[in-house]
Design a binder for this molecule. Structure first.
Ligand SMILES: O=C(O)C(=O)C[C@]1(C(=O)O)C=C[C@@H](O)C=C1
Length: 368
């Protein structure tokens, strides 16, 4: 049966539609991590795409020829197949327009559609199917910066209980791990009540295309760790993450030790244990002491007992804020040089009675 569907969506609209579909389905596929066994699910993914394109194109699309018939197809294949599909669609429209002089809608030819029996196609997934994804953290792989025993690892577990916490050497590696689908989320520190903002992660937020999907705070309770049998008076040097050293400024000053900054607190403990450094202590968690076989020489050495670090939870896809509870939104913008520009920008919020919880001037922006 021939049916004419008019108007076809504009090319940018269709492309956006396809991109959204691809993103949504491929993330759903990966989240389930069941390529090999997800046959019915994968069929639904294909069907959804077929349904989408059926409405706007001729039935000549050959999905198997695009490589979409393999149940073991990965997201990369799926995405490239969709890219092929989209470009073929554009080309065929161009050809069709030239051949038949089809009318143009929004710069794109409307097309005649041959409808197959759509009722036989599996029902497309709806948004409620995604709600079934394990948001409590089981099966999720979550990147954090540091080694086991780092506060960031504790934050990852607090944010996603039962997750598999994946250590990364640097903050940037955690960002990349999410982008490359090696992990599902990243949990990274952005602010400490004593040390202030962790600018590096704000910088990375701008350079990577990840979204903040939540935040979590943990009380950071620092210990001074040393090799078994060592007394704190014997220490000549203390190693830790720069934020942790800053948070223990007063206690460390009393000890009269030199301070050495390393990538993370637990990494310092690991280093001392691995190199049997009797004159060196680490500022780290009690869990790090347990993992690396060190003694706790002093407990609660942070300058303020309410030492809290705020971590952001990052994902490839944004979340859609609901209106049944407050959502925090972070906005980054640059301003042209000029008098009062910041005042004018902030007035936008003030005049609408929007309360700002934090305003941060990111000076690194001016480096570009
Ligand atoms: O080194 C760690 O254990 C971390 O998790 C990093 C970090 C930080 O970057 O601020 C996290 C929490 C504490 O404030 C100290 C260090």
């Amino acid at each position: 049966m021939l049916a004419t569907l008019q108007p076809a969506p504009s090319w940018p609209t269709f492309r956006k539609l396809c991109q959204n579909e691809v993103k949504a389905w491929s993330s759903a596929l990966l989240a389930r991590r069941r390529y090999e066994i997800c046959s019915p699910f994968f069929q639904q993914v294909k069907a959804r795409m077929v349904t989408a394109v059926y409405d706007v194109k001729e039935a000549a699309w050959n999905m198997p020829a695009l490589g979409l018939d393999s149940e073991a197809s990965g997201s990369a294949q799926w995405q490239s197949a969709c890219a092929v599909l989209m470009s073929q669609w554009a080309t065929s429209l161009e050809e069709k327009k030239a051949e038949e002089g089809s009318p143009i809608f929004n710069g794109i030819a409307s097309v005649t559609v041959t409808r197959g029996d759509l009722t036989t196609l599996p029902k497309p997934l709806s948004v409620t199917d995604f709600a079934l994804e394990p948001m409590h953290g089981s099966h999720l792989r979550v990147a954090y910066q540091g080694v086991p025993g780092a506060y960031s690892e504790a934050a990852a577990h607090k944010a996603y209980p039962n997750c598999e916490a994946v250590p990364c050497e640097q903050f940037e590696a955690a960002f990349q791990a999410v982008e490359l689908w090696l992990v599902d989320r990243a949990v990274l520190p952005v602010e400490n009540s004593l040390g202030g903002s962790i600018h590096r992660n704000y910088d990375l937020l701008l350079r990577h295309r990840l979204h903040i999907v939540g935040e979590i705070q943990i009380a950071v309770h620092h210990c001074l760790l040393g090799l078994p049998g060592v007394k704190k008076e014997e220490l000549r040097r203390v190693m830790s993450h720069p934020q942790a050293l800053a948070q223990c400024e007063l206690s460390l000053s009393k000890l009269k030790v030199t301070r050495e900054a390393v990538d993370d607190t637990a990494g310092a403990a690991q280093f001392i244990a691995a190199h049997n450094l009797r004159d060196t202590g680490a500022v780290a968690s009690s869990r790090a002491a347990e993992i690396y076989g060190l003694d706790i020489l002093a407990d609660g050495i942070q300058d303020d007992l309410d030492n809290v670090t705020r971590f952001m939870m990052l994902a490839r896809e944004p979340i859609i804020p609901r209106n049944d509870r407050p959502f925090k939104t972070s906005i980054v913008f640059t301003l042209e040089e000029g008098p009062g520009v910041l005042f004018k920008a902030l007035a936008v919020f003030a005049l609408r009675n929007i309360n700002l919880t934090k305003v941060l001037r990111l000076s690194f922006l001016y480096r570009f």
